[in-house]
Design a protein around this ligand. Structure first.
Ligand SMILES: [Zn+2]
Length: 259
C-alpha cells in the first residue's frame, strides 16, 4: 500500500515508520528498499484485502495522476460489510483498478460486481505476446459509422481473451513503465474496449491526457452511453483500422510510409 494512517492522517511510507491499515485497522510497517517501491506492509500477516496485488512502478505512476484523496480509497458494501481498497475512487464514485498480474476470471467478475461503476486499466506489457498480438490482430479492427468508435471482429485475436467477457470498460496500456522515443508509437495511446454485447465488441482510442482529464472532470462516458452505442447498432464500415504506424506483413512489422 502507498497510504496508511499515521496519527489518523493518510501518510506515505518512510523508513522506520509504523502505521495503521485503513482497511482492517491492524498495524503496518513501512518498507523502503531498493527493489520495490516504498510501501506499507501488514505485520507478519498477508494483506487484509485478498484482491490486493503487489504494486509496481507502473501502478504508482498511474495512481499519481490523480488527487491523493482519490488514491487507495476503502470501498465497503453497506449490507455485507465487505471491504476492499480501490486503487482510485473519485469523489463521484468511479473506481479505477490498475491490473498488472494475471487475474482469475472469477475474481475479475467479483470485483466488477462489487465496484459496479468501474474501469480496468490493464498493463499490456506483462506478457511478451500481448503487444505483438495487438499489432498482428489489427485487421480485425474496423471503423464504424461513429467517429472514433471501432468494431473488433474477433476480440480474442486482438486482446488477451481473459478480459473479453468483462462487463465494464477495459483500457489496455501497452506502454507499461518504459519511455518511448517515437511520438507516433502506438503504445503512447490507450485502447479502450467497451463491454461486450453478444459477439460485438467496440473499441475507442484515447490519449493518456484525455483519459486522465476526463476522469478528473467526470467527463468519461457512462455505462448508459456505452449501451447506447451498442443498441444503436453501430454499423461497421468496410475499411479496416489504419491508425497505427506499423502493419504486420509476411511475419514481421513494417512501418507505414504514411502515418
Ligand atoms: Zn489491512
Amino acid at each position: 500500500m502507498k497510504i496508511a494512517l499515521v496519527d489518523n492522517i493518510r501518510t506515505g511510507a518512510t523508513k522506520g515508520a509504523t502505521g495503521i491499515c485503513p482497511c482492517c485497522g491492524s498495524q503496518v510497517i513501512a518498507r523502503c528498499g531498493e527493489i520495490r517501491v516504498d510501501h506499507w506492509a501488514h505485520k507478519g500477516a498477508r494483506h487484509c484485502d485478498p484482491w490486493w496485488e503487489n504494486e509496481t512502478d507502473w501502478h504508482r505512476s498511474w495512481k499519481g495522476n490523480f488527487s491523493a484523496d482519490w488514491q487507495e480509497v476503502i470501498a465497503s458494501d453497506e449490507i455485507t460489510g465487505e471491504k476492499h481498497i480501490a486503487d482510485i475512487k473519485t469523489d463521484y464514485g468511479l473506481v479505477i483498478e490498475f491490473q498488472h498480474s494475471r487475474i482469475d476470471p472469477v475474481e475479475r467478475r467479483a470485483r466488477e460486481k462489487f465496484y459496479k461503476n468501474m474501469i480496468w486499466v490493464v498493463d499490456g506489457t506483462r506478457l511478451k505476446s500481448d503487444y505483438p498480438r495487438f499489432l498482428k490482430g489489427q485487421h480485425n479492427i474496423r471503423r464504424t459509422n461513429k467517429q472514433g468508435i471501432f468494431h473488433v471482429n474477433f476480440p480474442a485475436e486482438v486482446f488477451p481473451s481473459i478480459w473479453m467477457s468483462s462487463s465494464v470498460p477495459i483500457i489496455f496500456d501497452y506502454k507499461g513503465s518504459v519511455s518511448l522515443d517515437a511520438q507516433n508509437d502506438p503504445r503512447n495511446l490507450l485502447y479502450v474496449v467497451l463491454p461486450k454485447n453478444d459477439t460485438l465488441a467496440f473499441m475507442t482510442i484515447w490519449t493518456r491526457e484525455h483519459f486522465i482529464n476526463a476522469v478528473i472532470q467526470d467527463k468519461l462516458f457512462t455505462n448508459k452511453e456505452v449501451v447506447k452505442i451498442q443498441e444503436q447498432q453501430t454499423l461497421t464500415k468496410r475499411t479496416t483500422f489504419s491508425s497505427l504506424p506499423y502493419i504486420y506483413q509476411k511475419g514481421r512489422f513494417v512501418k507505414r510510409r504514411r502515418f
